[in-house]
Design a protein around this ligand. Structure first.
Ligand code: FE2
Length: 440
């Protein structure tokens, strides 16, 4: 292919992609004023200096430490221990990097440490030098608390949400997609990494992908290159072949992270993996079953109506038969909580669906709900905020949503949730589950 033809094709592709992006964000609902995008003045760092440090769960009693260095010779080593400044263990990891048009990433280090004691504070150093970080690993038994916020971005509202999450006592952060809103500008991935580092280096951040992570350019760049390089999740540890879907366990909860932007039909790899993952879950050991993905299936907001329908048609029967207790989604920039629901109607053996795509991104809120509130919809409001799921024991959990109004976290919705297992639904559906799991 001649160079000028290549350039022409590239420009056409880029124009199409940008047009699609603009069309997708322009809509007929009214959003209140978003807050300003945060400014990140450039500050030169020592070439081995660890940047954008975050941690994530990596299989039983293990944690993955991720950081970036400007220098390609920096080692992927983490020293760690349970006392400040005393590192009696060391782990060697791997590294990667990527290029995106004219941008070249730094060296992205991923180092798994462990086995670790549960519910214990660890002190660690990335690359064998530089500042000390610390984290607390999750407990191995209830109670356990999850903080949840989707569609974060990096605005004044994001700052407010992160501040509120930082004030709550939580063990693991879960993010149902749309992290940095880099949207092809790779430097924004770096500033997002710096913005979340104070929280994400101290508690595991478990994320799944949204549309803003895709960043594909037809003929030139496949999707999720930056996301997969920077936010490696425990997909290998959970038997998945893709970073876009995986699962993990915390205390007595099994959490399934699904991909709204990869194949999900009954013949897809994701669906096969989901069946295999569910078949392995022992509800004696994991009485709570949660699922996260980006595009909500139950949504009475005008925004993104029907976008989750195909995935729902394919996967809802399996999640229902498996007895998923709570589904957390993002994408719609508002909050909504359902009754237990299945197949479009309230059902005592269905999941509680919660849309929480209101972390604080630059696009603002999805302000317009449908006039008629569906019978399954319990609470809906367009405000920025975050959620907290405190699983108290093997039967009871307390969910609360905290909106950011006036820069204070105001608890605006709350509910006690009891497990499907305790209400007899799991036993009732075991035959149906077996049929799906053993089906073609
Ligand atoms: Fe989204």
């Amino acid at each position: 292919m001649k160079p000028n033809l290549t350039l022409f094709l590239f420009l056409v592709s880029l124009t199409v992609v940008l047009l699609i992006n603009v069309t997708a964000t322009a809509s007929d609902y009214i959003r209140p004023a978003p807050r300003k995008i945060l400014q990140f003045p450039w500050s030169p760092k020592h070439s081995f200096h660890p940047q954008q440090v975050h941690i994530s769960l990596a299989g039983e009693n293990h944690m993955r430490v991720t950081w970036i260095t400007d220098d390609n010779h920096a080692p992927s080593v983490v020293k760690y221990g349970t006392s400040p400044g005393k590192y009696n263990a060391v782990a060697q990891g791997e590294s990667t990097s990527y290029s995106y048009l004219l941008y070249n990433s730094g060296k992205i280090h991923h180092t798994v440490i462990g086995p670790l004691k549960d519910d214990t504070v660890y002190y660690y150093q990335c690359g064998g030098e530089g500042p000390e970080f610390q984290f607390k690993g999750p407990p191995s038994q209830f109670p356990v608390t999850f903080a949840v916020a989707g569609d974060l971005g990096q605005t004044g509202w994001t700052e407010s949400t992160l501040d509120h999450i930082d004030r709550c006592k939580y063990d693991v952060h879960m993010l149902p997609g749309d992290l940095s809103y880099a949207d092809y500008i790779q430097r924004r991935w770096d500033t997002f990494g710096e913005l979340v580092q104070p929280l994400a280096s101290a508690r595991p951040w478990m994320v799944t992908q949204g549309n803003h992570e895709k960043e594909n350019i037809p003929l030139f760049k496949e999707g999720f290159a930056s996301y997969n390089a920077r936010w490696k999740m425990p997909y290998e540890e959970s038997g998945s072949s893709s970073n876009l879907y995986y699962s993990f366990d915390v205390a007595g909860a099994h959490i399934i992270m699904l991909g709204s932007y990869t194949d999900y039909d009954e013949y897809s790899d994701q669906y096969s993996w989901l069946k295999a993952d569910i078949a392995k879950v022992d509800r004696e050991r994991a009485p709570w079953l949660l699922a996260l993905f980006h595009v909500p299936w139950y949504n009475s907001n005008e925004a993104h109506q029907g976008e989750g329908d195909n995935m729902m048609a394919s996967m809802e029967p399996l999640l229902y038969a498996a007895g998923v207790d709570v589904v957390l989604a993002g994408h719609v920039h508002a909050y909504e909580r359902s009754q237990r629901v299945y197949n479009g109607k309230s059902d005592p053996c269905g999941a509680v669906h919660i849309t929480i795509g209101d972390g604080g991104n630059r696009e603002g809120l999805a302000h317009k709900f449908k006039n008629q509130q569906p019978e399954w919809s319990v609470f809906r409001e367009a405000s920025f905020g975050h959620g907290e799921l405190k699983i108290v024991n093997s039967t009871h959990a307390f969910w609360s949503w905290h909106r950011n109004d006036d820069d204070e976290p105001v608890r605006s919705d709350q509910v006690w949730i009891t497990t499907l297992r305790s209400s007899g639904c799991i036993a009732e559906k075991s035959h149906e589950l077996k049929k799906i799991l053993t089906g073609p």
